[in-house]
Design a protein around this ligand. Sequence first.
Ligand SMILES: C[S@@+](CC[C@H](N)C(=O)[O-])C[C@H]1O[C@@H](n2cnc3c(N)ncnc32)[C@H](O)[C@@H]1O
Ligand code: SF4
Length: 458
Amino acid sequence: MSLMIDKNMLQKYDVAGPRYTSYPTAPQWSPEVTADTYTAALKAFGQNDKTVSLYIHIPFCEQLCYFCACNKVIRAKEEKVGDEFLEYLFKEMDMVARAIGRRKLIRQLHWGGGTPTYLSEKQSERLFARIKSLFDIDFNEEIAIEVDPRTVTRSKLEVLRQLGFNRISMGVQDFDEKVQDDINRIQPYEQVARVHQWCRNLNFKSVNYDLIYGLPYQTRVTFKKTVDSVIGLKPDRIALYSFAYVPWLSKPQNKFNLEAIALHDEKLDIFLQSRQNLLEHGYQAIAMDHFALTTDEMTKAFNQGLLYRNFMGYTLRPADEYLGLGPSAIGFLEKTYVQNIKILPEYYKCLSQDRLPVERGKQLSRDDQARQWVINSLMCQFQADKKLFSDKFASKFEDYFVQEQQHIRDCVEDGLILEDGQRIVVTDLGKIFIRNVCMGFDYYLRQKDAHRRFSRTV
Ligand SMILES: C[S@@+](CC[C@H](N)C(=O)[O-])C[C@H]1O[C@@H](n2cnc3c(N)ncnc32)[C@H](O)[C@@H]1O
Ligand code: SF4
């Protein structure tokens, strides 16, 4: 059944708001979290047996995509760029491992970017070897890497597979030529199909595509063709991102002709139409903007309420603790978010002075933890269990969230959630507006102008 969405509802909920890859969200983080705070957290982490997820950020890309809001550095392909980067990254890794003081088991490893496959085969091998020299890795778990299908070779994929990578994620975005031209990312269908086939031949356990809806010159008709082509290739997972239009943060987005960008109901229509298309072709909607084949492990985990979320995306493992290495990388350790310096020369400079390159972070108060729990549960499981909340936080859900009762009533009235004494359950309509449902539990959004820094929810 396809969803019909009332235009008034759309107007009401199409506001600026967070994507909740963290709570508290990044604007609440501050330089109060320093290298010393981080070192203390690493030491405390060394005292326990907890396992860890490791994210490594490799910032380089050979060419700029104008829509991109990731932290990246554009460089022509050169061996020395990667070599210099690895020198500093290794230094950071050594300092972090030393502060932990023991070998930890990595339950999830993710190389993201930028474009991690900017590194040569030899450099990728060196990086993997360095990780193995300091950590143990559970190779049965998710070992994932982001690749750019325009530049990755079969030989590089072979090396990655041999190293132990079992999941590939690639940027596809849109197959339409006009859109590709406008976003400065020419990537024909045949190229993606070829890389896809290599991944299959090499037995990667799962292949994910990133798509973006809401890009300039996209229409319902053109994007339907893109989604049809994607369905034909049958990736295991699809991230269908809403174009985050944030020109104040990503200056190249100013190049876009505003009139060519689908907004509000057209943008939502593109999403709903794509969603429906995917649902009719063997995919299930997983949490906010992800789809997976009904046979995929992630779908099974979602259906059993065992899906989790961190900066690497949705995952099958509870990521109590995670480490981030590389410029702009984020970690979460001992109830503290830590983010590295984003600007590459500053990241290098800090490490050359033997300091951990921490820029900012946030130590979670008890209230932050309670709200983080509810928001994570809504985002990953589309529900919040009141009894589990009260067991965990020693307070009845209704007593704790007194101020939120009106928001809950509004969401019920608008058909976004169902509520009873036991649980809040997000409806199909609420899944589309999940960011808005979560926003009512976000303490910090009550501050003046707090919404403004985010992209729009639709
Ligand atoms: C690091 S890139 C993926 C790997 C590789 N660099 C590539 O582009 O093929 C991460 C993904 O973030 C998404 N992304 C980047 N900027 C975005 C924006 N402004 N709005 C929505 N999604 C965005 C894109 O789908 C992109 O594939
Ligand atoms: S989308 Fe990927 S390749 Fe393009 S600029 Fe962003 S990180 Fe680089």
